[in-house]
Design a protein around this ligand. Structure first.
Ligand SMILES: Nc1ncnc2c1ncn2[C@@H]1O[C@H](COP(=O)(O)OP(=O)(O)OP(=O)(O)O)[C@@H](O)[C@H]1O
Length: 364
């Protein structure tokens, strides 16, 4: 039987004695591989959802099922310690009186599977914690502590890893250090990861699939190109809109220090990048970095110019600014322009225009 991912169909309300009245009401299937990011504003129910999946809260209706194993439905409830899951919290919960080695040994002992020294070494290598092994948690940096906490969760051999804002307590420099390790997790360990965050940056870097929660309900879900290419996605509310594209390495231009990558709609030049030959990369294009020309631009300094078809037009998305969805191949790019330019150029849905992309950033 093939894995069918994590299926969560639930209604849940905090007991009225807690005065919250907050409810979750959702029906979701999350992929059995890769990182699913649950994104939403503070109070949207992200942690509550993880707690329901983990069995730390009992749902009142529905079911939680991982790869055909039912963890909860109307007739039974599997307690948290019998669900094969790893849970990494915002603040680490390492045992302070044990060394890193002893903390890891504790997780190995708890696992029902036979100890595999090769797996232990793989986890230590991927998370780069070899030099912390004989230290106590109080002797580690915040980033090291979180990496050890992730290692400990993995060593219990979970079938799913739940991560609740694991970077929230770290400063930006530490976040930047730890993100590459998190990116490595889904390719090294073939288990689904459910990752809660309210950081767009973390979502863009880590997600293979995204779910957006608002007030306890799912308001959008899909891969990042779908989520970011849709200007109605509530992601756009408080931030600069952008497009995320999955690309492949095409060539290096040593003379001009540039790298060319391709996506299913065309080619893009980026500043020269090392170590991406023959690799997949994910790039981000801010909507404000895309301008429009009605004719093929000539004699311009912009390197990335793509012929596109105008899709949805959102007039006055924000005061004075309008948005366009531009179709190219199977992808779409979002552009923001002043409503004045939109009106003066007379751009309409269905027009063929040229998108001039001023800047393309690599995100992973
Ligand atoms: N134990 C509880 N009892 C009653 N209400 C609760 C409890 N825990 C959370 N809530 C309420 O449920 C709502 C959702 O909280 P939750 O922690 O799931 O949100 P979140 O999206 O994870 O937020 P954040 O990003 O701030 O962590 C909030 O309104 C919160 O006050």
């Amino acid at each position: 039987m093939s894995d069918n991912g994590l299926q969560v169909k639930l209604s849940f309300t905090y007991p009225s004695s807690n005065y919250s009245g907050f409810s979750l009401d959702l029906d979701l299937i999350m992929p059995s591989r890769g990182v699913t990011v649950i994104f939403g504003e503070s109070g949207s129910g992200k942690t509550s959802l993880l707690r329901c999946i983990a069995g730390l809260e009992k749902i009142s209706n529905g079911q939680v099922q991982l790869n055909h194993n039912t963890w909860q439905d109307s007739s039974h409830f599997v307690p948290t310690h019998k669900r094969k899951l790893g849970y990494v919290f915002q603040e680490t919960s390492l045992f302070s009186h044990l060394t890193v080695k002893q903390n890891l040994a504790y997780a190995i002992k708890r696992s029902t599977e036979k100890h595999d020294p090769k797996f232990l070494q793989q986890v230590i290598d991927v998370l780069a914690i070899a030099n912390t092994i004989n230290k106590y948690p109080s002797q580690l940096s915040g980033g090291e502590r979180q990496r050890v906490a992730i290692a400990r969760a993995l060593l219990s051999k979970p079938q799913i890893l739940l991560m609740d804002e694991p970077l929230a307590s770290l400063d930006n420099a530490r976040k930047q250090q730890i993100l590459p390790y998190l990116e490595g997790l889904h390719s090294e360990f073939k288990i689904p990861i459910i990752y809660v965050t309210h950081s767009i940056e973390e979502m863009i870097r880590l997600a293979d699939y995204g779910v957006i929660l608002q007030a306890g309900k799912v308001v959008a879900q899909g891969n990042l190109t779908e989520l970011f290419g849709n200007i109605d996605t509530p992601l756009s509310l408080n931030q600069d809109l952008s497009t995320v594209l999955e690309c492949e390495f095409v060539q290096l231009d040593e003379k001009w220090n540039l790298t060319q990558v391709g996506f299913d709609g065309g080619l893009l030049w980026l500043p020269k990048l090392n170590n991406i030959q023959n690799k997949k990369v994910r790039v981000q294009i801010l909507a404000s970095d895309v301008s429009i020309s009605l004719v093929a631009p000539e004699q311009t300094s912009v390197l990335n110019i793509l012929q596109v078809k105008v899709g949805q037009v959102s007039n006055e998305h924000k005061l004075g600014t309008s948005l366009l969805v531009l179709y190219i191949g199977a992808s779409q790019i979002v552009a923001s322009l002043t409503s004045k330019s939109l009106s003066e150029l007379g751009i309409q849905q269905g027009d063929t225009v040229w998108a001039m992309i001023k800047s393309v950033a690599i995100v992973r």
